[in-house]
Design a protein around this ligand. Structure first.
Ligand code: HEM
Length: 442
């Protein structure tokens, strides 16, 4: 076939850049910018993006739509079946290591599996899967992680009294993350995670910003000191125990784990906001939380967390770059085309999903969500998130600890608080940085 799928007009390309790509980049791809997130929430910036993609799908049909961008080939995926195809056929012909991701991650993590191409990808992926025990609901570190989460949550609640907000939550959260990833000995080492946060801000600018090699080297040395301790019950211990083939760079995989836990914290507090405004679901969650003794799978709370990531994906744009010519219904697209999957479009598609804009954890328990190939909060296929189970375990355990003997009322952001509990369609964005709760003992 020599034809290509019909490209978007210049005007439609400009709309996609302005309404889909720019708001995502402005919010910060690697490290969220709180002020932009708050503004996006107030202006409801994501809603027009979903509407625009719906219009494009009826105008151009289901094939990926090539965008008119000079010197580069980009195509917007608009069909649920094509999302499945692109993600299932990773890393060839659809490589996760796109130019944009490599430029962003090279600021602090040049050997990340996500940006590895060719034969080195497989051993790095295997190492991540093994060390993170990706297909086990409970990791070997679950016992120690459960203790860390419960201790830090109890301290947080004791310190904050009748109010809980993002800054207090976030301080406790990073103590938890450092204990789980690097061991109890790293609990108070803000420096290591602050350095990573700065490098991630730099990564937001990808190739537009020079690398700070001095800071990267300081971060690498501090991280290595913690990993050398290989503390039992932490992922540092798992790194030491997991065989690695030559070229894997085990320590070089850990920055991704640390920064990915940032998303888990955001999702945890958003889920608390959902539960604070949905009494029926909160009753089920609370019942499960009350029954939990030691590290547990907590299926209902996990479903709540998955639902929160479906509603507000923390990786809203998943990119894949083709390694060869790819064939579609109406024509071919050349090698080195970057395919853009904008997940909020599929996750909130009212034409396919009766539950699109509702908080309905049951869809993850009865299989409705898993049956849909385009519900991909943790991606899918050979490039799916190997930290998914660990993320779900940590978030659901913290929610269980928060809910065990406290009630929460969402106070801020005020418009969000009114909207979430109103029974109307859930908003397209939820600014986690602005969340504030009134806390009471039942
Ligand atoms: C709410 C929490 C999280 C979400 C929503 C999430 C989502 C995702 C998504 C969508 C991808 C695919 C990205 C792409 O293809 O461009 C991914 C990849 C990845 N995630 Fe996560 N993630 C989360 C937490 C974690 C955690 C806690 C870890 C590690 C401890 C982790 C480790 C990884 C790794 C190593 C990859 C790269 C996989 C590869 O390229 O094969 N993630 N994640």
């Amino acid at each position: 076939m020599s034809s290509t799928p019909r490209p978007a007009t210049r005007t439609d390309t400009a709309r996609v850049l302005g309404q889909v790509v720019l708001p995502t980049l402005a919010g910060g791809v690697l490290k969220r910018r709180p002020k932009v997130m708050a503004l996006a929430g107030r202006l409801r910036l994501d809603r027009p993006a979903v509407r625009l993609l719906r219009r494009l799908r009826s105008r151009y049909g289901p094939d990926p739509v090539p965008l008119r961008i000079p010197r580069r080939s980009f195509a917007l995926v608009l069909d649920a079946g094509d999302v499945e195809r692109v993600l299932d056929r990773t890393p060839a012909p659809f490589a996760p290591a796109t130019r944009e991701k490599s430029a962003a991650l090279s600021h602090f993590q040049p050997h990340a599996v996500l940006t590895t191409r060719g034969s080195e990808r497989r051993p790095r992926r295997r190492f991540n899967e093994d060390a993170l025990e990706w297909n086990h609901p409970l990791h070997a570190v679950a016992g120690a992680a459960d203790t860390a989460v419960r201790e830090e949550t109890a301290r947080l609640l004791a310190e904050t009294g009748d109010r809980l907000d993002w800054p207090a939550f976030n301080r406790a959260w990073w103590r938890i993350v450092r204990r789980i990833v690097l061991g109890d000995g790293a609990r108070d080492d803000d420096e290591v995670t602050d350095a990573l946060a700065t490098l991630r801000y730099h990564g937001n600018w990808a190739y537009l910003r020079p690398k700070d090699r001095g800071l990267r080297e300081r971060f690498r040395r501090t991280l290595a000191r913690h990993l050398d301790r290989a503390e039992r019950g932490s992922l540092a211990g798992a790194v030491a125990d997991t065989p690695a083939e030559p070229g894997v760079d085990p320590y070089g995989q850990v920055p991704h784990w640390l920064f990915a836990f940032d998303a888990v914290g955001m999702v945890t507090l958003r889920t608390l906001a959902l539960l604070a405004t949905h009494p029926v679901q909160a009753a089920s969650a609370r019942a499960e939380a009350g029954d939990a003794m030691g590290p547990s799978q907590l299926p209902y709370l996990r479903a709540c967390v998955l639902e929160s990531v479906r509603l507000w994906p923390t990786t809203p744009i998943v990119l894949r770059e083709s390694t060869e010519t790819t064939e579609w219904r109406t024509g071919n697209l050349p090698p080195e085309t970057t395919f853009v999957v904008f997940s909020p479009f599929f996750h909130r598609d009212r034409e396919r999903l009766p539950f699109a804009d509702r908080f309905d954890p049951d869809v993850w328990l009865d299989g409705r969500a898993q049956q849909d190939p385009a519900l991909v909060p943790f991606s899918e296929g050979p490039g799916e998130c190997p930290g998914q189970n660990l993320a779900l375990f940590t978030a659901s355990t913290m929610l269980a600890a928060l809910l065990a003997d406290r009630d929460y009322r969402l106070l801020a952001p005020r418009t969000t608080a009114r909207r979430l509990g109103s029974g109307r369609r859930l908003p397209a964005t939820l600014d986690n940085f602005g969340l504030r709760f009134a806390v009471t003992k039942p």
